[in-house]
Write a protein that binds this ligand. Structure first.
Ligand code: NCC
Length: 277
C-alpha cells in the first residue's frame, strides 16, 4: 500500500469529500410540506464566509488551563461542538462562536434542553446524524439514529431567525472512506466524530484552519471535556467513532510544527480554496 504524503491526503479530501447541506431541492425533502418552509434555501458554503482564518475548538479536557482563549478569538470565525460552553471558560477557549456543530443525540436528549437552553442561541447551527452506511437520503430519513428532523422543525419554529443547517450525510461516509483507504487495518463502520466533520466544514469556508486540542498537547489528560468533571480516556482515543484514525490522518496533514501540537495543541490545515492540487 502506497502511503500518501500530507499534501496528497489534503488533495484527496478536496477532490473526494463534498460539504453539502440539505435544501428542499433534495429528495425526499422536495415532497415534504415542512421542508421548503424550514430548510435554508441555499448551501451553508454559499451563505457563510469565505474567511481568512478559522479556529476549530475541540471539547477536550486538555484545553483546561491552556490560556488559548485570546488566540482563538483572533480568528475570523470559530467553530465549537455540541454542548461546549464559552461562559466561564473564556480564558482557555475564547468567547466567539461563529458556528456550532451538534450531533443529533444532543438535539434529542432531555439533559441538553436543546430547544430552550441559551447555549445554542449564538452563531450558526449545523446538525448531523449518523446515517446508515452509504444510504440515500430517503433511507436515512426513515431510519435516523436520533429524531433529528422532529427536533430540527421544533427548533426552527421556536428560533426562526437563527440560521440552522443540516449536513448531507454523504459527507460522513466519504470522509470515512478517506480514513479507511489510508489505513492498513479495517476500521469500525461508524461515522467520524464531530471533530473531524467540523474541521472539514471549516476547510471549505476558510483559507487557513487552526484546530485546537484535537491532537492532544502536553496537557493531555483523561478529563473528557474542559467543561465537565468526567474522566474517560475513550473521549480522546475513541470507542464508537474511529477517533484514533481520524487523529492519525490529521497528524499527517498538519502543516504546522510538532512543537505547536506539543505546546498549544494546535494543528494548521490549509482551506480547500488555498490548495493547489
Ligand atoms: O465529546 P464531544 O463529541 O462533544 O466532543 C467534540 C469533539 O471534540 C473532540 N474531542 C473531545 C474530547 C476529547 N477528550 N478529545 C477530543 O478530541 C472529538 O473530535 C469530538 O468529536 C461527537 O463527536 O459529537 C461527540 O459527542 C459526544 C456527546 O454526544 C456530546 O458531547 C453531547 O453530550 C459523544 N459522547 C457520548 O456519546 C457519550 C462523543 O462520543 C462524541
Amino acid at each position: 500500500r502506497l502511503k500518501l504524503s500530507g499534501r496528497e491526503l489534503l488533495c484527496q479530501l478536496k477532490e473526494k469529500v463534498e460539504v453539502t447541506t440539505l435544501t428542499s431541492d433534495h429528495q425526499p425533502f422536495s415532497a415534504l410540506a415542512w421542508a421548503p418552509l424550514l430548510l435554508p434555501p441555499q448551501q451553508l458554503t454559499s451563505d457563510l464566509g469565505p474567511y481568512k482564518s478559522c479556529a476549530v475548538v475541540s471539547s477536550a479536557g486538555s484545553l483546561r488551563n491552556s490560556g488559548l482563549g485570546k488566540e482563538i478569538d483572533t480568528h475570523d470565525a470559530v467553530l465549537r461542538f455540541n454542548a461546549a460552553p464559552t461562559s466561564g471558560f473564556e480564558k482557555d477557549v475564547g468567547s466567539k462562536t461563529t458556528v456550532r456543530l451538534i450531533n443529533s443525540q444532543v438535539m434529542a436528549s432531555d439533559d441538553h434542553r436543546f430547544l430552550s437552553s441559551s447555549l445554542y442561541s449564538s452563531g450558526v447551527l449545523v446538525a448531523w446524524d449518523p446515517a446508515p452506511f452509504f444510504s440515500n437520503l430517503t433511507q436515512w430519513y426513515n431510519h435516523t439514529d436520533y429524531p433529528i428532523f422532529n427536533q430540527y422543525q421544533r427548533y426552527r419554529r421556536l428560533h426562526p431567525q437563527q440560521p440552522f443547517y443540516i449536513l448531507h450525510p454523504r459527507l460522513e461516509w466519504q470522509l470515512w472512506q478517506r480514513i479507511q483507504d489510508n489505513m492498513a487495518e479495517p476500521i469500525q463502520k461508524n461515522p467520524p466524530s464531530s471533530g473531524l466533520l467540523g474541521t472539514i466544514l471549516m476547510m471549505s469556508l476558510c483559507e487557513v484552519v487552526h484546530v485546537y486540542e484535537f491532537l492532544p498537547s502536553r496537557r493531555k489528560t483523561p478529563l473528557c471535556h474542559y467543561y465537565q468533571r468526567f474522566y474517560d480516556a475513550a473521549c480522546t482515543f475513541g470507542a464508537y467513532h474511529p477517533l484514533l484514525y481520524e487523529k492519525n490522518l490529521v497528524k499527517r496533514m498538519n502543516q504546522g510544527s510538532d512543537r505547536d501540537i506539543y505546546n498549544h495543541g494546535r494543528v494548521t490545515l490549509p482551506g480547500f480554496s488555498a490548495m493547489n492540487c
